[in-house]
Design a protein around this ligand. Structure first.
Ligand SMILES: O=P(O)(O)OC[C@H]1O[C@](O)(COP(=O)(O)O)[C@@H](O)[C@@H]1O
Ligand SMILES: [Mg+2]
Ligand SMILES: [Mg+2]
Length: 322
């Protein structure tokens, strides 16, 4: 099995980006260790603080954020970082070539039940004319990402990453301490019979999503004439990993549960990096109005509607909005 650096060189990834990726992965190895020791180290449960998103932070959210932020900012390659757990962007090296956005721990509600969680990251090139402490430099569309990935802290610690030359799977090999390439150019099947959505929000969705899901749930007795299975891990990393592994449609649609918060998932830290991975694997990543990676961001913490996965099924879902 190929090691990470030669696999990246095969994709013609520039050396400075390889160095940054290695730095990010060093942080994820440390987080992976802390996650595995969380209960023994008193890291289960919540803090008393809320993050900028208005969500109570778990102790591991804070630890993972500090670890990732410190390691990445010390690298010298990074002009600034933005994180789901930080109020605003944090300046790094004025001459740094890259911007890194991340969700240090995705699926926080799974921490205390020893279930799937992960770290999601996204890399853009820095804009030389903009100051390192300006959050505006992060307002770049997703299609400008030069790398995106996640690390899944599951039975195996897995890295899924793209630099725009396909989406590849790696596994952390604890015998030598590095990630090994296990599957190159993963492909999301175009068709699927599996969907992922938080069904408990059903009554709050817009009519097109209500109608689409109702037709899936109706199964072979309904207009689709086929049985559809449902899965919901409650961690986007876990649900997207399943979609990348065997196909499926994943959606967190608009809802009116809380009128001030029509969408749940974050553009910079969740939707854009996952969209890059899904598109590089031949899938589609959309809102009901267009491609996620074409959205011009207006705020680093903005939230967005997400419909992604197997291409034909995403198209089918979108047809309900026309
Ligand atoms: O609570 P719900 O509705 O099941 O939402 C689950 C979604 O929320 C998230 O956990 C949000 O991520 P964080 O844990 O980083 O806040 C997604 O990963 C997941 O898809
Ligand atoms: Mg998240
Ligand atoms: Mg998070």
């Amino acid at each position: 099995m190929q090691r990470l650096a030669p696999a990246l060189r095969d994709d013609d990834v520039p050396l400075d980006l390889i160095s940054l990726i290695k730095t990010i992965l060093a942080a994820t190895k440390e987080i992976s260790f802390r996650v595995s020791q969380a209960q023994l180290g008193g890291l289960m449960g919540s803090t008393l603080d809320e993050n900028i998103q208005g969500e109570i932070q778990k102790k591991l959210d804070v630890v993972a954020n500090e670890l990732f932020k410190d390691i990445v900012l010390e690298s010298g390659f990074v002009k600034a970082i933005s994180s789901e757990e930080e109020d605003t962007s944090v300046a790094g090296d004025e001459n740094g070539k890259f911007l890194v956005s991340f969700d240090p721990l995705d699926g926080s509600s799974n921490i205390d039940i020893n279930s799937l969680i992960g770290t999601i990251f996204s890399i853009h090139e820095a804009i030389p004319e903009m100051a390192a402490d300006s959050p505006d430099q992060f307002k770049q569309a997703g299609h400008k990402q030069v790398c995106a990935g996640y690390v899944l802290y599951g039975p195996s610690t897995m890295l899924v990453m793209t630099t725009g030359k396909g989406t590849h799977f790696y596994v952390l090999d604890r015998t030598h301490g590095g990630y090994l390439l296990v599957e190159r150019n993963v492909q999301v099947p175009k068709d699927t019979r599996e969907f992922a959505i938080n069904m408990s929000n059903q009554r709050f969705w817009e009519a097109p999503m209500q109608n689409y899901i109702a037709d899936l749930v109706a199964g072979d007795a309904g207009p689709r004439g086929e049985y559809f299975n449902m899965r919901w891990i409650a961690a986007m990393v876990g649900d997207i990993h399943r979609v990348l592994s065997r196909g499926g449609i994943f959606t967190y649609p608009a809802d009116n549960k809380n009128p001030d918060k029509p969408y749940k998932l974050r553009l910079m830290y969740e939707a854009n990096p996952m969209s890059f991975l899904i598109e590089q694997a031949g899938g589609l990543a959309m809102t009901s109005k267009g491609r996620i990676m074409d959205i011009a961001p207006t705020d680093i913490h903005q939230r967005v509607e997400v419909i992604m996965g197997s291409a034909n099924e995403v198209e089918k879902c979108l047809s309900y909005y026309k």
